[in-house]
Ligand binder design. Structure first.
Ligand code: F6R
Length: 607
């Protein structure tokens, strides 16, 4: 949510900032703006709407060598030209961009107004700019430091000043910032994607830390001016991974990448001969983990659906009592954490505010904490005691797809890892991980033959209400299928454990209502067939996800989308794919902007 880019060096800053903003647009797309520093003035251009609207207003010829840019997802104040970042102080010489939320902005605004400050916007960010302006006395770093001591809340900020045109001052508290280190230049971004075209050498700023950047110098300190030493790290993602590569949308690209992203996720972690799983990130805590009496998984949205699959896997394979909690609920419901409780956070971005808050709460109560995260170096990875990366590559599409299959796979690996250390036999583990290692290959045909998913989308994309039903391991997949459809095509869809349908939602079923039923071979098959009959007898249209070779189901369903056979616990990795494709094609057919859905943005970094 919201994106930050900054550049200070010897090259013209504007093209670098604009390219960065385009790559960050998936983080927020309500409004955007740029500020460039020159000795004598700071020039700001900003506007509501997409980056392309901003671009039309810019003089692309200007040669300033320092500046900052921002793309916004509105929280405080409507997405208007005035509320767009950057925001200036009263003198017009200091410009600030900001991600996060300032909690005491009302009190600070009132205080500043009493000092005679006149505000031009409704944003909390302008409060920071005005505050810095009040403290500025010829030293930008010092003024930012003083201002931030007055502020409570979360922020990643970048500040420039007309009087120090080759300086950017940045600070972080709860909102990510990465410094890119180049030849006679420094870059700043909220997300590696924005700077990858220029450098892969980065420094991750920590909470409570500040940076003062010039072309040739970088000074890192705490908010209290204590020097901080940090290593320069290498971003492992490549530029190709964050480009469309011929696909129309990132979502489709990422759906289609799943065979290779899963191969990367599993690489080096499976030993078929020994029937063991190697997870380097858990080595130091494996003894404590095996002794866990209870695991609580916490996450949001799609990651929560993956965690729910994980709950079934952990109980099934490792026989450890496990529960899955929405991060936003966990942190406020006075959870019981005792010595034997491990809290495991699942997140693609590692920056989701609710998930971080839940994890912080778990730590405060003394739990051992683990992370299953995709983005290397993200906040969650630094807050947890241990963890396992997904290694599925960058996910740019706002609707999460390959992260879901990566999360389920990593949770399957952890479940097997723990199972082997408890009671699981080498033979059972070998069978499980052999089946898991076949999944990438089994996914490929599902992605090559997409006609059925397209046909379903064509037939039902005009219907405004859909139901998704599943049981056991496929119940979370039903939830995920419904979420995918609603978030990108704006069709109302509900996912349910199939048996719950008759406790109320069955009243929704009318003639021709699309009901997606995941009825793959396994322990739940007969029960799912009964549910299919219940839906049919009320006129619902069945779209079945079934196992290859199941001819029976074709007699009952309007459409059958087949998936290859695999072990029941691994079915979600295959059954989710047709559901991702149906959602994608329905959104395209309805003319929706698949990669930038209404009211959404990637990474929800506000609570
Ligand atoms: C849905 C989606 C969201 C995220 C959720 C958690 O397609 O992307 O529901 O799954 O906001 O995000 P992460 O995994 O980054 O914590």
């Amino acid at each position: 949510m919201c994106g930050i880019i900054g550049y200070v060096g010897r090259r013209p800053a504007l093209p670098i900032l604009m390219e960065g903003l385009r790559r960050l647009e998936y983080r927020g797309y309500d409004s955007a703006g740029i500020a460039l520093a020159d000795s004598g003035a700071v020039s700001v251009t900003k506007s509501a709407g997409r980056i392309s609207v901003l671009e039309q207003q810019l003089d692309l010829e200007v040669a300033h060598t320092a500046g900052v840019g921002h793309t916004r997802w509105a929280t405080h104040g409507a997405p208007t030209d005035i509320n767009a970042h950057p925001h200036l102080d009263g003198s017009g010489r200091i410009a600030v961009i900001h991600n996060g939320i300032i909690e005491n902005d009302r009190a600070l605004r009132t205080y500043l107004e009493r000092q005679g400050v006149q505000f031009t916007s409704e944003t909390d960010t302008e409060v920071i700019a005005q505050l810095i302006g009040q403290f500025y006395d010829g030293n930008l770093e010092q003024a930012v430091r003083q201002a931030l001591h007055e502020v409570t809340g979360t922020y990643g900020i970048a500040v420039i000043c007309a009087d120090e045109p080759d300086v950017i001052v940045a600070a972080r508290q709860g909102s990510p910032l990465i410094i890119g280190v180049g030849q006679n230049e420094h870059l700043l971004a909220s997300d590696a994607a924005a700077i990858l075209a220029h450098t892969s050498q980065v420094i991750y700023l920590g909470d409570g830390e500040m940076a003062r950047m010039t072309p040739d110098d970088l000074r890192l300190t705490t908010l209290d001016a204590i020097p901080v030493a940090k290593d320069v790290e290498e971003i492992e993602w490549s530029l190709e991974q964050i480009e469309l590569a011929g696909y129309e949308h990132f979502m489709l690209k990422e759906i289609c990448e799943q065979p290779s992203s899963l191969e990367n996720c599993l690489r080096g972690r499976i030993d078929l001969r020994e029937g063991t799983v190697h997870l380097g990130g858990l080595v130091d805590c494996s003894r404590e983990l095996v002794r866990a009496r209870r695991i609580i998984m916490t996450a949001c949205g799609t990651a929560w659906h993956a965690a729910l699959v994980g709950e079934y896997l952990f109980e099934d394979l490792a026989r450890i009592p496990t529960e899955t909690d929405y991060a936003s609920e966990f942190r406020y419901r006075n959870p019981i954490i005792d010595d034997g409780t491990v809290v495991l956070a699942v997140s693609q971005s590692g920056e989701t505010a609710d998930t971080i808050a839940a994890l912080t709460e778990a730590k405060r109560r003394g739990a051992m904490t683990l992370g299953v995260v995709n983005v290397v170096g993200s906040t969650l990875t630094r807050e947890t005691d241990a963890g396992v990366y997904l290694h599925v590559g960058p996910e740019i599409g706002v609707a999460s797809t390959k992260a879901f299959t990566g999360q389920v796979s990593v949770l399957a690996l952890i479940a097997c890892y723990l199972g082997r250390r408890k009671h699981m036999s080498p033979a059972a583990a070998t069978q499980f991980i052999a089946a898991l290692s076949q999944i990438p290959e089994q996914m490929s045909p599902l992605l090559e033959h997409v006609d059925h998913a397209k046909a379903v989308a064509q037939r039902y994309s005009g219907r405004d209400n859909w139901l998704y039903l599943g049981r056991g391991y496929n119940y979370p997949v039903a939830l995920e299928g419904a979420l995918k459809l609603k978030e990108i095509s704006y069709i109302h869809a509900e996912g349910l454990p199939a048996a719950e349908m008759k406790h109320g939602p069955i009243a929704l079923i009318t003639e021709g209502m699309p009901v997606v039923v995941i009825a793959t071979a396994g322990s739940q098959y007969d029960k799912m067939m009964s549910n299919i009959s219940e839906v049919r007898s009320r006129g619902g249209s069945i779209i079945a996800i079934a196992t290859d070779g199941d001819r029976e189901i074709a007699k009952l369903a309007e459409h059958v989308l087949y998936v290859p056979d695999t072990l029941e616990p691994l079915q979600p990795l295959l059954t989710v794919i047709p559901l991702q494709l149906i959602a994608y094609h329905a959104a395209v057919l309805r003319g929706c902007n698949v990669d930038k859905p209404r009211n959404l943005a990637k990474s929800v970094t506000v609570e």
